[in-house]
Each structure stands twice: as C-alpha cells, then as structure tokens.
Design a protein around this ligand. Structure first.
Ligand code: CU
Length: 146
C-alpha cells in the first residue's frame, strides 16, 4: 500500500515536472481583425509548440512603428516574444535562431506577405529574406535567408 502511494506521488512529480522543462514560448500577436493569414501564422506557431495570444487591433501600423519596424519593412502582423519583436510570416527556425542567439536588436521582420511563407497560401518562389529590426535608428541588415 505504502509502495503504491510512493509510486503514485513519484509519477505525479514526473508529470508536473516535465511541462516545466519544455515550457512553451509565450507570444503575443497583434493583427488586423480581418487578417486571415495572420491566424494561419498563429496556428503554425502553435503547431510548433508556441503559446500564442492573438490580439485583433486597428492600430497595427502604430504598434509596429513603436516596436521599431520601419515603414516598408512591415509584415501583416506584429508579434512580441521573449523581449523581441517578430514581424510578418517569419519561419519558426529563424524565430528560434533569434531567441537562441539573442542579438542586441529590437527583433526581426519578413516584410510583406511572401507566397508560401508560414501561414500564407501559394508556393514559395524565392528565398525569404528576414531583416533585423535595429535599435537606435540604425539601418536594417539581413538576419537570415530561408
Ligand atoms: Cu499575412
């Protein structure tokens, strides 16, 4: 009887301890209320183990501008994750690279809505070029190509 109880509590410990180790990354994603591909991108992130809080807003341009994403460099949604801004349909591999390398930038962006990018319909026709969102008004540079 005692042994059973001990085993049960040990099992409980393992069950509770495991999610803490593989803690899902918490993201907040701002999008225009009408944006469907933004929902597609959120679903893609969830499939890849992220926790995504989607917030529809009519002030998206203002939110990305404040986050440091220059006009013409913006994607169709703006996400905040682990101290960084991630704008547009950035592949998860590049998001993870950012969160691992932790460069001294505000974040990264995939401008526009390239065909075949995560959450977008269509077939990929060219490399996705992901740019830095620099701090202090510096010029963006290429962060990754996928
Ligand atoms: Cu989009």
């Amino acid at each position: 009887m005692n042994r059973t109880i001990r085993f049960a509590s040990l099992t409980a410990l393992v069950v509770f301890a495991t999610p803490a180790l593989a803690d899902p990354l918490q993201a907040t994603l701002y999008k225009n209320p009408q944006c469907g591909c933004c929902e597609g991108y959120a679903a893609y992130l969830r499939e890849n183990g992220f926790n995504v809080d989607v917030k529809p807003t009519n002030d998206l341009a203002e939110i990305s501008r404040k986050a440091g994403v220059a006009e013409g460099m913006q994607g169709c949604h703006t996400m905040f994750i682990d101290g960084y801004v991630v704008d547009g349909h950035v592949p998860v591999k590049v998001v993870r690279k950012l969160l691992t390398e932790r460069p001294a930038i505000a974040g990264i962006t995939l401008p526009g809505m390239p065909m075949g990018s995560p959450g977008m319909a269509g077939t990929k026709t060219e490399k996705f070029v992901i740019y830095t969102v620099p701090k202090d008004g510096k010029a963006p540079s290429v962060y990754a190509e996928e």
